[in-house]
Design a protein. Sequence first.
Length: 221
Amino acid sequence: MAGYVLYGAVGSGAVAVEAALRLMGQPYELIEAVTFDEDHPESGDKVLGANPMRQVPALVLPSSEVMTESAAILIRLCELHPQARLAPGPDDPARSQFLRWMSFVSAAIYSLYWVKDDPSRLAPDEAAQEPLVQRCLERISDCWAIMNDQVEPGRWILGEELSVLDLYVTVVSRFQPRRKRFYAAAPKLAPIVQAVDALPELADFWPERYPFEPGWDRLPA
Ligand SMILES: N[C@@H](CCC(=O)N[C@@H](CS)C(=O)NCC(=O)O)C(=O)O
């Protein structure tokens, strides 16, 4: 049986899916499709056959079925590989909050990057673009703060069990403007993402797929 094929990109949300596949012990073929490299549009175009949205991640399942949407992919992988114990099951009391925050990160936060990364998509007027970027960043911070206030983490966001929600928040909190604002907005989540950064199972993975830059995760001065 064929394995997984992941369309991903270094420093993208697809890295959360890669991290999950690694922790699940599932091999995958990676097709690097950097959808945000304006100098090499042919790279991102590689994903078009799998995802007409021209976005990564897109995951081809062993059945050849294609899945897009990072939150849905992560949740589905947990259903397909329950032995990895990376999500509370349907009867687990933590399930509702798991689904709630997986959707929240995707819908309220990740989706804003479509505008933030290219404000001309919604603001053709050049003068309006920088203020729009700033509004997006404020909204992203506000959403992290709301999540921070509503969760009751233990060692991990949902309690004492690591889940793909921890991986997802860790990756999305690495997006611009990196962690500086995130730590200020979400102090309860800060030690959790740092613990995911430090997972021994992913020690070789992070530098390869979401490299650290000097000072990128410092607290604001
Ligand atoms: N809703 C999608 C968003 C995916 C997404 O925005 N991916 C980025 C990379 S982090 C991308 O490919 N952006 C290119 C674009 O939107 O043009 C998901 O959750 O998977």
